[in-house]
Design a protein around this ligand. Sequence first.
Ligand code: PLP
Length: 404
Amino acid sequence: KYQLLDPEAHPDRGDIDQYSPYYSPLEARKEIHIVLQALEPAEKHARQWQRQATQILLNSDTVNHEYLPILGHPEFNAAAARLILGPESSAIREKRVASVQTISGTGANHLGALFLSKFYSFREDKEVYLSRPTWANHPAIFRDAGIKPAEYPYFDPKTTGLDFNGLLKALNAAPERSVFLFHACAHNPTGVDPTQEQWKEVARVVLECKHFVFFDCAYQGFGSGNFDQDAFAVRYFANLGIPLLICQSFAKNAGLYGERVGALHFVVEDSEMVNRVQSQLSLMQRTEICNPPSYGASLMILIMNNPELFEEWKQDILTMVNRISAMRNELYRLLTEEFKTPGRWDHIVKQVGMFRYTGIGPKESRKLVEIAHVYLTENGRVSLAGLNTHNIRYFAEHLDKVVR
Ligand code: PLP
């Protein structure tokens, strides 16, 4: 009765993007040979803020294993909303944000999709516009929620940059009140983000066409090294009054992958609507997980609300982003100056975030796996967080071989 599916052959299979810049042991998956065999000094000292928060939590009298409320820890939801919308946010001040704690970013995406499927007044078919390409899980999440995935042009292979005109055309061509999913920053898998000026233009068209924006924010901090700068698009759109929701994950930026810490925020027109949205979210949460997990959220409350820990966290993010950026520069130097590898490689230094979309195809990607045991997704995406001063030459050398 039940068809046996090979997860590897399934079109929506997950991609391997679990290399953490913080090097949590889970990232050292067996099949990945290029791992951080020898840690960079900065990484050895990373995450003090996380260890300190853990100590505070374990030493506190109030630590327990009780259920959280259905919508999650109110302090966590409030601090998470402040992080993405900003301490000056008029939406927060005017109590126009409906938040729910979720099972990390995936749970936020799922609950957001389900909510729209049930309550959004789609003009025509239930459809969501996703960037081409996007995180491999997006189409499956929306399909499961009864929303058909459609695509808008995003990555231009010719320039290995943003297809800005294609994106604007798609926004204009979609029926009014369509749902567009945007990666808030550090786009996965391409590492290509619109500039602030481009975001402003996108917002103008979105507003004109009355579209709804589904922001997925899984890498706040990893785009620029700065939380506020990475929240630019979300804050700009929210300030314009564009109807939107935000999926927020603390897996990568706080290295809390396995704790499943995330939130879903709806920015709505008034506090009356907040009550309505939250009552529906409560019902949906109740049937799915009843109560979100408390440990990771409790850590994040301490980290986000304690000025010292928050400062250390911010510094660590900057260190990681600078390290990844140094790897980008070194890889670019190796390919263009030392190996004189054929092809254009300037996108390496132009892209942001943990990932690099190399621009190589499935054939070359498979060859890299076979000859060098460098594991990457078939679309040519590698995680730069997995590169360090000890393995970068090896990687560049073999990348050079497979494209010749
Ligand atoms: N959204 C994007 C774009 C992602 O890349 C990921 C993870 O890879 C997620 C959401 C969900 O991550 P998590 O559920 O671990 O928070």
